[in-house]
Ligand binder design. Structure first.
Ligand SMILES: O=C(CO)[C@H](O)[C@H](O)COP(=O)(O)O
Length: 233
């Protein structure tokens, strides 16, 4: 059977011009895109890449792409990333990877932020099957948990634990992750503002009003969904 993530990744190639600066996120769809980019000699040699993901960085380096450090970049032509799910307004949850702070940084510096995935990721509205994740400085964890419970009666905030070692997951920035499980989401246009008023929270995994377009592959083929129909990608 055809791998739809692979189909979406191949379609993304049409939007990448030689010489451009490209940000790449995490996951299997992005890995497929990198495989396709490698097959295009004019792109492999000319594009500059930067990534939010350790695994993606390993792949890019193995294939000989030019990879810049995030700290040396303030602008990107394009940022491609997968997600756990996204809605009709292109609001996305990027909760699984635990690297959303870096992902959001790269998404924010790109002229065009394009989500990639198979059709299963596209939902009418975001479901609570995924948590909203907070990256939190270690000293603030008990305070943040208390404040989240006060702010949202339907929230269950839990520290993300590692299943590969004893203890909590520690992010690349030396912080902890708090998964907030909701039985129902509060209005999503207010969630980020409300959470980010709590001192100690670095970033949330809700990418609200950030993506410009999404390329998804389903049984009926590839669909490009644009936030603004007049938007050119
Ligand atoms: O947002 C993410 C994690 O938080 C990843 O981009 C997403 O999980 C990748 O998914 P896939 O492997 O289906 O491309």
């Amino acid at each position: 059977m055809e791998d739809l993530k692979q189909v979406a990744a191949k379609a993304a190639l049409d939007y990448i011009k030689p010489g451009s600066s490209i940000g790449l996120g995490a996951g299997s769809t992005i890995a497929h895109l990198i495989h396709y980019l490698r097959e295009e000699a004019s792109l492999l040699e000319s594009i500059t890449t930067v990534t939010s993901s350790f695994n993606t960085q390993q792949l890019l380096q193995e294939y000989g792409f030019k990879v810049k450090d995030i700290a040396s970049v303030s602008h990107l032509d394009l940022y491609f990333d997968g997600c756990d799910q996204f809605d009709h307004q292109l609001n996305a949850l990027k909760s699984g990877g635990g690297i959303h702070t870096r992902e959001k940084l790269l998404a924010a510096m790109a002229d065009k932020f394009i989500l990639l995935g198979d059709g299963s990721k596209y939902v009418t509205q975001l479901y609570t099957t995924f948590p909203i994740v907070l990256e939190v400085i270690p000293e603030a964890v008990p305070f943040v948990i208390k404040q989240v419970k006060k702010l949202f009666s339907l929230a269950n905030p839990v520290i993300r634990l590692s299943n590969k070692k004893d203890g909590a997951v520690i992010t690349e920035n030396g912080n902890l992750l708090i998964d907030i499980w909701f039985s129902a989401f509060p209005p999503i246009d207010s969630i980020n503002h409300r959470l980010k008023e709590i001192p100690g929270i670095l970033e949330t995994s809700l990418f609200y009003n950030m993506a410009h377009a999404a390329i998804i592959a389903g049984k009926k083929g590839v669909e490009v969904i644009k936030k603004d129909p007049a938007y050119f990608i």
